[in-house]
Design a protein around this ligand. Structure first.
Ligand code: AMP
Ligand code: TRP
Length: 327
C-alpha cells in the first residue's frame, strides 16, 4: 500500500484554509493509502511558544484530526516529538542541504523580513519537514499550495542523497487540491488565510461559533461591481468566497456562479454563512467529545509506537548508507 504523510503545526486557530487545503484531503486518502498524520510540535518551536499553551494546542489539533474524520483505526495519528527519528534524520539531511537553497524559501524570507537575525530553526525548518516526509518512505504528501516550495526541496534532498549515497529515500509527490488549495484572508484577499493574523475576522476557525462565522463572512472584503463571477485578478474577494462555497457544497464554481446570476453579494454571503455553519457544526460537536476523552492520549501513544516502528527501519538504512554508528 502506498504511503501518505502530512502534518499540521499545533499553533491554535486551525482555520477553514487548513481544513479545505489539507485536512479534507487527509480524510479522503485514508481509504486507499496507509496514512500517517502528525502534529508537528517541533516545527511550532521555530517561533517562541508558551509550554502550557503548546501542550494544549497539540491535543487540540489531535482532536481536530479525529473530529474532521481521520480514523485512528485506519491512520496513524501521532505527535512529532514522540518519535526521535524526526530530529535525527533532520540533522543528517541538514548536512546534505545548502544555505543557498534554504535562503530562497519564500516562507523564511517573509518571516525573517526586516530582522537583522532570525532563529536558526526558522531557517532550517524545511529540512525538518523533509525529514518528516522521508522518514516514512512517503509517496504522497497532501498539503496546501503554500507548501509547494518545501515539497520541492524535500524531493531535491531525497534525489541528492540517492545520487551521492546508495538509493536511500523514496522521492515523494505533493498533492494539492484544485479548489481549496489556497484560501485567502477574508479581510485582505491578497494574503492567505493564516492562524497568526491579528484580525480574527480574517479567518474562520473550525471551532468558531455561528455568530462569529456570520460576522466574518458578512464583513468579508468584496468589490463594488456587484456581480458574482470568478476572476481572481479583478475580483479576488468574491473569487475566494466562491472557492469556499464550491468546496464546502461540492459544487463546481461554474454551477455556483450560475445559481447567483442576477443576485447580489448579500444573498450570496448569507447562503455561504449557512453552508459554512452547517459544515462546521458536526466537527465542533465531535471535537468537544473527543478533546475531553481519555481515548485521545491512548490513540496518540499507540500512533507514536506504530510510527516509531516504521521510522526505525528507515533510520537503520540511512545510517548504513551514510556509514554512521556501529553495525
Ligand atoms: P499550517 O497552518 O502552516 O500548519 O498548515 C497546515 C496545512 O494547512 C498545510 O498543509 C498548509 O498547506 C495548509 N494551509 C495553511 N493555510 C492555508 C490556506 N490559507 N489555504 C489552504 N491551505 C492552507
Ligand atoms: N510546514 C507545514 C506547514 O506549515 C507543516 C509540516 C511540517 C508538514 N512537516 C510536514 C506538512 C510534513 C506536510 C508534511 O503547514
Amino acid at each position: 500500500m502506498k504511503r501518505v504523510f502530512s502534518g499540521v503545526q499545533p499553533t491554535g486557530n486551525i482555520h477553514l484554509g487548513n481544513y479545505l487545503g489539507a485536512l479534507k484531503q487527509f480524510v479522503e486518502l485514508q481509504e486507499d493509502y496507509q496514512c500517517l498524520y502528525c502534529i508537528v510540535d517541533m516545527h511550532a518551536i521555530t517561533v517562541p511558544q508558551d509550554p502550557k499553551e503548546l501542550r494544549k494546542h497539540i491535543l487540540d489539533v489531535a482532536a481536530l484530526y479525529l473530529a474532521v474524520g481521520v480514523d485512528p483505526e485506519k491512520s496513524i495519528v501521532f505527535v512529532q516529538s514522540d518519535v526521535p527519528g524526526h530530529a535525527e534524520l533532520g540533522w543528517i539531511l541538514t548536512c546534505s542541504s545548502y544555505t543557498g537553497e534554504l535562503s530562497r524559501m519564500t516562507q523564511f524570507k517573509s518571516k525573517s523580513k526586516n530582522k537583522e537575525s532570525a532563529p536558526t530553526g526558522l531557517f532550517s525548518y524545511p529540512v525538518l519537514m523533509a525529514a518528516d516526509i522521508l522518514l516514512y518512505d512517503t509517496d504522497v504528501v497532501p498539503v496546501g499550495t503554500d507548501q509547494k516550495q518545501h515539497i520541492e526541496l524535500c524531493r531535491d534532498l531525497a534525489i541528492r542523497v540517492n545520487n551521492t549515497k546508495k538509493k536511500t529515500f523514496v522521492v515523494p509527490e505533493g498533492r494539492y487540491l484544485k479548489a481549496g488549495a489556497r484560501i485567502m484572508s477574508l479581510d485582505d484577499p491578497s494574503k492567505k488565510m493564516s492562524k497568526s493574523a491579528e484580525n480574527i475576522h480574517s479567518r474562520i476557525s473550525l471551532l468558531d461559533e455561528p455568530s462569529k462565522i456570520k460576522k466574518s463572512i458578512m464583513k468579508a472584503t468584496t468589490d463594488s461591481e456587484g456581480v458574482i463571477r470568478f476572476d481572481v485578478d479583478e475580483k479576488p474577494g468574491i473569487s475566494n468566497l466562491l472557492n469556499m462555497y464550491s468546496v464546502l457544497s461540492n459544487k463546481t464554481i461554474d454551477d455556483v456562479v450560475g445559481m447567483y446570476e442576477g443576485k447580489g453579494y448579500g444573498d450570496f454571503k448569507k447562503d455561504l454563512v449557512e453552508i459554512t455553519v452547517e459544515a462546521l457544526k458536526p466537527i465542533k460537536e465531535r471535537f468537544d467529545d473527543i478533546r475531553e476523552s481519555e481515548e485521545l492520549i491512548k490513540i496518540l501513544k499507540s500512533g507514536a509506537e506504530r510510527a516509531n516502528a516504521i521510522s526505525e527501519k528507515t533510520m537503520a538504512r540511512v545510517k548504513e548508507n551514510f556509514g554512521l554508528g556501529l553495525k
